[in-house]
Design a protein around this ligand. Structure first.
Ligand SMILES: Nc1ccn([C@@H]2O[C@H](COP(=O)(O)OP(=O)(O)OP(=O)(O)O)[C@@H](O)[C@H]2O)c(=O)n1
Ligand SMILES: C[C@](O)(CO)[C@H](O)COP(=O)(O)O
Length: 234
């Protein structure tokens, strides 16, 4: 576990500026109903419960800011959070939030998908325990349970050894100074998560910890129904 002075500001960045095109609802999936209210509220509450000594920044698309404020009023959602507007890709959205952080006071920072409402306190404890001076970032991963095939340039495919791959989740945890520096670089299409941004900036010694198979990213139709089937929010 990395030591930060008590005055350091820890931050949760929750990216919620996507359009949810694969989910295909009439509004972005993070605002769709989960257990009777917008899914984003469960994500924020569970993240806050998992590590409450952190300021929350929610990244929203500009056209959803007013609507989100109205939802908070309608559902009596009072968990304090700041709002930053998003960009054209996930990485741009994260960057917009990271750019608001104060390098002088920042402590640790998590970056989490709004579309993953099932983060747990156990997972957060594993992340925080693994952040240290040798590991400026910690990434939750799970084993791949499907067989994997690589598609070759000619369109044919070959099976690959799935035991050498891991599927990556969020929240991902970073030393705030390192994350701020990493997000100073130009955003590339290959940046599908924040670990890839850190690596491209030279921070290659990232620690992996066990994620949680219930921590799914709502992506395709039916994913919210599957979460609800697995039981109420704990
Ligand atoms: N420009 C973007 C794109 C994505 N995200 C957020 O990044 C997370 C992971 O992205 P993804 O699951 O791909 O969400 P969408 O981009 O909304 O989905 P799709 O690709 O199906 O349109 C989501 O919480 C999403 O809201 C974001 O903040 N800004
Ligand atoms: C960040 C992420 O959730 C890690 O698995 C994933 O890379 C997001 O990908 P998406 O295509 O933006 O959903």
């Amino acid at each position: 576990m990395k030591y930060y002075p008590e005055s350091a500001e820890n931050v949760h960045i929750v990216v919620a500026a996507g359009s949810g095109s694969r989910y295909g609802a009439d509004m972005p999936k993070q605002f769709c109903d989960l257990w009777g209210r917008p899914l984003l509220m469960t994500t924020l509450e569970r993240l806050h419960s998992s590590a409450h000594d952190a300021r929350i920044i929610v990244v929203l698309s500009a056209d959803m800011v007013e609507g989100w404020r109205e939802m908070c009023a309608e559902y009596g959602f009072t968990l304090p959070h700041d709002i930053v507007t998003g960009g054209p890709s996930r990485a741009h959205s994260v960057k917009n939030a990271v750019d608001t952080l104060c390098p002088e006071t920042v402590g640790w920072v998590t970056v989490h998908d709004a579309a993953r409402p099932m983060v747990t306190g156990d997972m957060m404890r594993r992340l925080l325990a693994a952040l240290d001076d040798s590991h400026p970032g910690v990434i939750p991963v799970v084993s791949v349970t499907d067989s994997i095939r690589q598609i070759l340039p000619d369109g044919s495919s070959v099976s690959v050894d799935r035991s050498i791959y891991r599927a990556v989740q969020t929240p991902q945890l970073f030393d705030g100074h390192a994350l701020i520096e990493a997000y100073r670089q130009e955003i590339m299409p290959s940046f599908t998560d924040d670990a890839s941004v850190m690596e491209a900036a030279g921070y290659t010694s990232l620690a992996l910890v066990d994620g949680d198979t219930s921590n799914i990213k709502v992506t395709n139709p039916g994913d919210i129904a599957r979460i609800e089937l697995n039981g109420p929010a704990a």
